[in-house]
Write a protein that binds this ligand. Structure first.
Ligand code: ADP
Length: 255
């Protein structure tokens, strides 16, 4: 019981702290339309986990719940899952603020081996994954943790935006002085008029917001900044209705 109450207390403290931080940030800035959208989106994103947490706290006031070890265990697991959801949201907000602040340390690494492991760790529940990772003869100077940050958002989007059972392709190969990584989905694609804006902070394609897909408009911004921190580029090719191809191009330096 005491572990449970401690975990619950910590979670509550973190939520209160994040809300205080978030409202302080909003107070300081005049809200532009995009920021207003962001405020709506984050409220929407936090609403479900927060109301679940509230219901769980309420049930903790009941003596029979506190005395039932099995029930308490289940409650702790649910609380943990909601905590992880809230943490993922706060992490992406903080990451978007920090991604340009530090120059990542680059080191020589076997990128194709890393990507093979990355792809084999991906467990897609509702999509097919095709991974074609070609080796390169040289080692590449990069930062794999920063690269993963970029990849995670691109893969998450491919999963989020494309209908179930469609294929997601994850390809990597060397071409001239570059190592190219492509993430290709067969979802709705992005209209040509929106393609430049989708990399902006907080931007979401307007019609999509009416859809059920949740998001804060930070994923592509974080991915692009992360790849640029590695000296590379992130570009998009898409036709409306014809899926998206995101391409990461990393320079291969000989020395
Ligand atoms: P989020 O997904 O949280 O909204 P992102 O910055 O990752 O934020 O993406 C910005 C917008 O670009 C999304 O709101 C969506 O409209 C569009 N988008 C991104 N990836 C895809 C994709 N693979 N297929 C279709 N639309 C996408």
């Amino acid at each position: 019981t005491s572990t449970f109450l401690l975990a619950a207390g910590l979670l509550l403290a973190e939520i209160v702290l994040f809300y205080a931080m978030f409202s302080a940030i909003l107070k300081q800035k005049r809200l532009t339309d995009i920021q207003k959208d962001f405020a709506n989106n984050i409220t929407h994103e936090l609403k479900t986990p927060l109301s679940s947490v509230k219901v769980m706290f309420k049930s903790l006031e009941r003596k029979e719940v506190l005395e039932n070890q099995v029930h308490l265990g289940q409650l702790l697991q649910s609380l943990k899952r909601q905590y992880e959801k809230i943490q993922a949201i706060t992490d992406s907000v903080l990451e978007s603020a920090m991604v340009t602040e530090f120059q990542p340390e680059l080191c020589r690494c076997d990128i194709s081996q890393h990507l093979r492991e990355y792809a084999s760790d991906l467990r897609l529940e509702k999509h097919l994954l095709e991974a074609i990772i070609e080796p390169i003869s040289q080692e590449l100077r990069t930062n794999l943790a920063v690269l993963d940050k970029a990849l995670n958002n691109l893969i998450d989007n491919a999963i989020k935006y494309s209908p179930e059972s469609l294929k997601i392709t994850f390809k990597a190969y060397a071409q001239h002085d570059f190592y190219i990584i492509k993430i290709i989905d067969l979802g709705p694609g992005i209209p040509i008029t929106e393609q430049h804006s989708v990399f902006d902070k907080f931007y979401r394609v307007p019609e999509r917001n009416k859809h059920t897909v949740k998001g804060l408009g930070l994923g592509l911004y974080i991915s692009k900044q992360a790849v640029q921190q590695l000296g590379g580029s992130l570009t998009l090719f898409s036709k409306e209705g014809g899926g998206c191809t995101f391409t990461i191009k990393l320079p291969i330096n000989e020395n």
